[in-house]
Design a protein around this ligand. Structure first.
Ligand SMILES: Cc1cc2nc3c(=O)[nH]c(=O)nc-3n(C[C@H](O)[C@H](O)[C@H](O)COP(=O)(O)OP(=O)(O)OC[C@H]3O[C@@H](n4cnc5c(N)ncnc54)[C@H](O)[C@@H]3O)c2cc1C
Length: 377
């Protein structure tokens, strides 16, 4: 029997992961990436249990881990010298890696399992019958996977009801050289008013910084990064900021996407195209990768594609939306909290962290796993 065909629109982390998972199951997979080269921005990314398990299946886990940095402890510092929360992850895996390295690993895995990766291949039209149109022609597939990010053209063309909402805040990401004495196996968040800085080592030589503020704060969002302004707000981090090389840094506005359904006919959405979210839980890519694996599994075992897409959405949607909602809630807490009651924010966070039902739920969404048992919570 001829292999079933999948066209994946978008060669980002979500697209490469689902392409690799399907190709491993002997599907005939084509990835269309509109850029002329595979690129990721110069920043770090957190990977947790859910995505690491997919890498094991794809055979690139060891290679990713050899390029990753294991984070053992974390903290939130909500005023100079004061730690709102500190904890250790224990044996559980939370790692950081440069985004470009992760992307390369996933692209290599997709190619190794036999997926074709077409660059400069911008998809201009899709249809629920499984048709994909690019400048080089029209093709039909058993399934079309829209992994084309937050402004997804695939989503627009399905006509699914979509709510896309900018959250009024954004993040600037940079990497800097690591110095002796910097954080090594620990990541930390620093909060001041509506600003937040994440500091995370991604190797023994590199530190990843992510500085978030409201979009209405012109110096907070400016590029080049305003070292003086951020050092005033976070004097304890001024040494880190002083290492930011001129001209580096990327800024992204935080937004979320909610779509009434993730599939129509033979089209399905995955990753930011389906559930873009503010980056507070470090789970946007993690959920995309683990949902990609679940999608490949379901498509492979259910001959009727439309039934498979329905089953998959039933399996993944509820938990993914819970992760997204926590991330949105965290965003309000961080960037919209009335500053007149800033002290109360700490109490609210501690109460949520210590109240058993919310604490257990938080642990699951933070790690991207639905069942407590599998990670020994
Ligand atoms: C500040 C910040 C920090 C983050 N930190 C983390 C973290 O620590 N951990 C984590 O798991 N997640 C994190 N995320 C989220 C994560 O980055 C995203 O969820 C993930 O990168 C989305 O991947 P994607 O493949 O769905 O979309 P994208 O990365 O947007 O990829 C879409 C691809 O589709 C291509 N494309 C678009 N249209 C077309 C078309 N018509 N034809 C062909 N190709 C097309 C684009 O060129 C692009 O390559 C963070 C996000 C931000 C903003």
């Amino acid at each position: 029997m001829a292999a079933r065909k999948a066209h994946v629109v978008g060669g980002g982390l979500a697209g490469m992961a689902v392409a690799a998972c399907l190709a491993r199951r002997k599907w005939d997979v084509t990835v269309h990436e509109r850029s002329s080269e595979l690129r990721e921005i110069g920043a770090g990314i957190f990977l947790k249990e859910n995505s690491l398990r997919v890498l094991e299946e794809l055979g690139c886990h060891d290679s990713v881990m050899s390029r990753s940095h294991w984070i053992k402890h974390t903290f939130i510092n909500d005023r100079p010298g004061h730690y709102l929360r500190r904890f250790s992850y224990g044996p559980e895996r939370v790692v950081t890696i440069l985004r470009a390295e992760l992307h390369r690993e996933l692209a290599n895995a997709a190619a190794k399992w036999g997926a074709r990766i077409l660059l400069s291949s911008q998809v201009t039209r899709v249809s629920p019958m499984g048709m994909v149109v690019t400048p080089s022609g029209e093709e039909r597939a058993d399934v079309v996977i829209g992994a084309d990010g937050i402004r997804s053209i695939v989503r627009q063309q399905t006509g699914l009801e979509t709510r896309a909402r900018p959250m009024g805040s954004g993040s600037t990401r940079v990497i800097i050289p690591r110095k002796e004495g910097d954080l090594i196996d620990t990541s930390g968040e620093y909060w001041r008013g509506h600003k937040r800085v994440l500091v995370a080592p991604v190797s023994k030589d590199i530190i990843y910084l992510c500085a978030s503020s409201r979009e209405g704060d012109p110096r907070g969002i400016s590029l080049p990064f305003d070292i003086g302004y951020w050092s005033e707000a976070f004097p304890e981090l001024s040494d880190y900021f002083s290492r930011i090389a001129p001209g580096i840094g990327v800024h992204h506005v935080h937004e979320y996407i909610k779509v009434s359904e993730w599939h129509r006919g033979r089209i399905v959405l995955i990753g930011d195209a389906a559930h873009g979210q503010p980056p507070n839980l470090g789970q946007g890519a993690g959920m995309a990768i683990s949902n990609g694996q679940a999608l490949a599994r379901e498509l492979d075992r259910t001959p009727d594609v439309e039934v498979a897409l329905k089953n998959w959405e039933r399996e993944c949607r509820k938990f993914t939306l819970q992760v997204q909602n926590w991330s949105i809630g965290w965003e309000y807490c961080m960037h919209r909290w009335p500053l007149a009651f800033e002290g109360l924010r700490a109490h609210a966070v501690i109460a949520l962290a210590n109240f058993p039902p919310t604490s257990r739920h938080w642990k699951r969404v933070y790690r991207g796993v639905q069942s407590d048992d599998s990670i020994g919570l």
